[in-house]
Structures are given as structure tokens and as C-alpha cells.
Design a protein around this ligand. Sequence first.
Ligand code: NIG
Ligand code: FE
Length: 412
Amino acid sequence: MELVVKNIKTLAQVEEKIRKIVSGEEIKSVPTIENAWMHIKNGIIENFGEMKDFPSELSNIEEVDATDRIVLPAWVDSHTHLVFAGTRESEFVDKINGLSYAEIARRGGGILNSAKRLQETSDDDLFEQTLVRANQIMSMGTGTVEIKSGYGLTVKDEIKMLRVAKRIGEETPLNVKTTFLGAHAVPKGMNKEDYLDLVIKEMIPQVAEEKLAEYCDVFCEEGFFSEDETERVLLAASEYGLKPKVHANQLNFSGGVQVGVKCGAISVDHLESSGDEEIEVLKGSNTIPTLLPGAAFFIRTSYPPARDMIEAGLPVCLATDFNPGSSPTGNMNFMMSLACVQMRMTPEEAINASTINAAAALEMSEKVGSIAKGKQADFIITNEIPSLDFIPYNYAQNHIHKLFLKGQKVIQ
Ligand code: NIG
Ligand code: FE
């Protein structure tokens, strides 16, 4: 399989040498080549350059014309709960009528509502429901997605969720990474200590045994899991080779950032309630701050202080948090618009946060997140748009014309 994309107006996020992550001055710009070509062979980016230097030996292979179009790496969505059963629009209405996310959760709604639905749903039905969303996110330019468990809350159902997530990776062109989030909420009728015991002694060993997840996440939040409980779960998971991530500081200053950094988390995600202390802790670490502006938008919390984080030199990452309660969309384009409008990130910072840094948050820098020789040919061809900045500017529109994953056309 061989293909050449020609007459590309702008080839964006090009790298001669693969950078693992961008921060400081580097996060502020996206390297581009104007009037470019790109050669794909066996699903890999073989080479690229300016049209004026187009190699004549590539003249006879299949061509895709990208006149007036921008080509850039497929989005990497490093935090989702893509596997869920049913939806929760009645809670959406409750929130409009004045209930808070925490109040809905205390009344048995929220995560427990989704858990009940998921437990009643068969593996195949759950897969079919998830497949619809997998196709949706590809149509909006996502090529790589992280998927968490956390709506099972029993051994059997957590395993069911992760198997479905893995199947999405096997049966669609998406690159999928999976995360075990058993410590998402305490199931109804169970005491927390007993549930933590189940998570640590049964779920983690089984997830590891079946190699169902690479990461372990905990919802570190008032009313959910404390700092100490988070640490216990993450340490137990580490012993089984599951690397830590944390849902930190979504609704309160939960200490989730501190415990994440202490445990060597790959990323701490959310961070709506963060200040100088959290930024200082992150500065001294390799933990990536992943911001989920869709959740702040949808449940009306404050937004994370992205500007302060970027000015402090942190490698900010963006993701959708696609889930039925706090962010029912997998649209990375809209996340970038929210990041620009609500968090004052520039379009180029938002693109870096959704490609290179997002790949780093999934330890996939060698494969995805930029246009670099040897990386997987996962790329977007946009509609005819005037500039890169136009993508977040013309918000809530889909500017994706084509998506290629591993060199194969996925949408057209
Ligand atoms: O990332 N905050 C915890 N978990 C999800 C929401 C879960 C839900 O409401 O179903 C989140 O926002
Ligand atoms: Fe989440």
C-alpha cells in the first residue's frame, strides 16, 4: 500500500526529529510546511517536503489531491469513558433546574446510574453502543483514544467494559489504550473499605492477568476517594504493572495532583480546582496536566488555569472526557474552541495539546501525534479552510474532510 498526498496547502505539526512533549516557547507554535507533499508506505509516513522538491520517482503511485486543504495529525483523545450504556439527559435537565453534579450523585444518579444501566447491558449491546461513538469520534478527526472502565463497579462488569474497549481497538481503525478505573465510585449498598478491598485484591489482579489495561485511574474527590485511598489503589496497581493516572481536583482541591505526582502518575486529569500549589508540584514532575474543558463547560465549574500552567512551563494536554454525565461529546475540535475561548489558549497551543502532548499522555510519542518520518500515517485532511486557526475559531463545525489511520482512508 502506497500513496502520496500532493498540493497540500499547509502540512501542519511536522517534525524532523520526534519531540516527546512540548512546553515553554515550543508549545506556542505548530511547525508547518506550505505547499507540501507527503508519502505514505505500508501505513507509515515515509517522507514529506515542499512541492517544489517533489521527487519524480513518486510520480506513478496513487495520489490524493489536497489543494486548498490543510493536513495535520489525527487528534489524540487521551481521556474518555467511551464505553457506557444508555445516556443521562434527564440529569442534564435536573442540572438546568438547579441541582449540582454532586447533589445528583448523592441521590444515586451520576456514576451509579450509569453503573446500573451498564450492569444490565449485554457485552454485545455494550459493544454496539460504543461502536456508534467510536465512528462519531473518527468522523471528527480522532485517531487515538484512551478508554476507561469505571461504570462496572463489580469484578465481572469492570472486566466486561475493558473487553469491550479492547474490542473497539481490534474491530475499528482507532488506536485504543485502556485504563482501569474501578475506583470511580462506591457501588450502592457496599461500604467503601469492602469495595476498596475488592478493587485491590480482585479487580486489579484480574485486569492485569488478562492484560486488559495499561493504566489505573482513581476519582480522587470529596465524596468519592480520598488522597490516601487513591494512593493505596495506585500503589497496588503499580505492583501489577498498571501505571497511574488520576481524576484530580475536578470539583474541589482534592489533593489529587499531589498524590498523582507522588505516585509518578503519567497524567493528572481535570484540574478545574487548581492554584499555584498544584502548578508548583507539577513543575517538579514528569506528570502531564490534562485539561478537560468539556466537563467544565457542561457541569458549569470553573475552567482550569491553563494560561498560568503554560506560562509556568507545563506541557498542557487537552481531552474530551467523553462520558454520559459530565461531558457527553467526543468532539476534540470543540474542546480546542473551549480551550481558546474559555482558557485563553491560542489555537496553536490547543493543537499541540491535542496532538504531541496528548500522545505523550498515552506514551505513544513514537507512533502518533505529529507528521514525522516513521510515525503511523494517522492524519486529517481538512475542508477548504483559510488557516489552522480557523479550526477552533469556526467552533462547533466539523472541518474534517478525510481521516486516514495507518495509511487507510477511514472517512471521506
Ligand atoms: O471524568 N469525574 C468523574 N468521572 C467522569 C464523570 C462520570 C459521570 O458523571 O458519569 C468525569 O467527569
Ligand atoms: Fe473522566
